[in-house]
Design a protein around this ligand. Structure first.
Ligand code: UDP
Ligand code: MG
Length: 315
């Protein structure tokens, strides 16, 4: 019998734990004779009674487990811990606040049985989002897709099912700052998409503030693309070329075609062009240095060199 693990990161979700567990039970009950289940709660250093609520369930149901963080490490790390510790042939990541509709879980499993390795929940826009989150999200994805080598689908969420092959590859990542879904997208594999409408949060408020999201966005730009790093170099090349052209023009006009072009440039204007030219050279050098830094960055995070799609029919 195949087994499926559920990974649920929870930060200050005390009021949501019991309803979520009940919902999961009702969805999983009809599948019981075909699959084994494991429900892995990751308590991300909650300040409320989340851990206590989870322990209550752990004591009743042997399929439920708790990973209890010593402090708040953030959702990305919490899901990573879940992926490290889950034992299933596949895992399904799910938010604790019931925004991800559990009733779609059988659809994810069906896709998995059809042979897809990564099944991604795509969230339809919800009215409860503030306009700043909506507009910010649009800008974020359009920039990211322009500058990054990995294709990232807008509104893709962490509501995902991963095959064991993907989990094992994911667990080879060593970088400490991470965006879980970005890394999963980087891995590739055979993907399928399921659209869903996010429910409203059952209890509590979303802890991902605009500021936290902005930080995460900046970090994703950095980790998924070298473009920001190379930008200084590109600007340098542009400035150097332009100032070199205009400098040459002025120089020729002043000393060689004096009578013909009748150019009048003061000495301080000459100097200005010269300084701009030097600034261009400096920026270009910074760009060059950043290429080396980019190399170091890549070596240090030690991404796997390649990822093999395990052939399930061999084994
Ligand atoms: N979460 C977490 N650690 C954090 C913040 C959030 O584990 O530091 C969990 C939270 O309990 C929830 C999920 O991540 O299960 C999504 O968080 P939230 O609902 O606040 O964000 P949003 O719905 O806006 O993505
Ligand atoms: Mg939420």
């Amino acid at each position: 019998m195949k087994s499926i693990s559920f990974i649920i990161p929870a930060y200050n979700e005390s009021a949501n734990i019991a309803p979520l567990y009940e919902k999961l039970q009702s969805v999983l009950e009809p599948l019981r004779d075909r699959y084994m289940f494991e429900i892995l709660f990751v308590n991300d250093g909650s300040e409320d009674t989340t851990a206590k609520e989870i322990r209550k369930i752990v004591n009743q149901d042997t399929r439920v487990k708790l990973i209890d963080f010593s402090r708040n490490f953030g959702k990305e790390i919490a899901t990573t811990a879940g992926l490290h510790h889950c034992t299933g042939d596949a895992c399904m990541m799910l938010d604790a606040d019931l925004q991800h509709p559990a009733e779609l879980i059988p659809d994810f499993i069906t896709k998995w049985e059809e042979g897809f390795d990564v099944i991604i929940g795509i969230r339809e826009e919800s009215k409860s989002d503030t306009w700043i989150k909506r507009v910010g999200g649009k800008i974020f994805y359009s920039i990211l897709n322009k500058i990054s080598d990995t294709e990232i689908i807008p509104n893709a969420t962490d509501f995902r099912l991963l095959d064991r092959a993907v989990i094992d590859e994911f667990n080879r990542f060593t970088e400490t700052k991470r965006l879980t879904r970005g890394l999963i997208d980087w891995l590739g594999f055979k993907r399928a998409y399921i659209h869903f409408k996010a429910n409203d949060r059952l209890h509590g408020t979303a802890t991902y503030s605009v500021w936290k999201l902005t930080k995460l966005a900046l970090h994703s730009f950095m980790s998924l693309s070298l473009f920001p790093l190379k930008m200084a170099g590109y600007i340098g090349i542009l400035i150097t070329t332009l100032s070199l052209l205009s400098g040459t023009y002025i120089f020729l006009g002043k000393y060689f075609f004096k009578w013909y072009w009748a150019l009048t440039f003061s000495d301080s204007e000459d100097l200005a062009i010269f300084i701009v030219f030097l600034v261009g050279i400096i920026l270009m050098s910074i760009g060059l240095i950043s290429l080396y830094i980019a190399n170091i960055h890549e070596e240090v995070i030690k991404r796997p060199l390649y990822v093999i799609r395990k052939n399930r029919s061999i084994q």
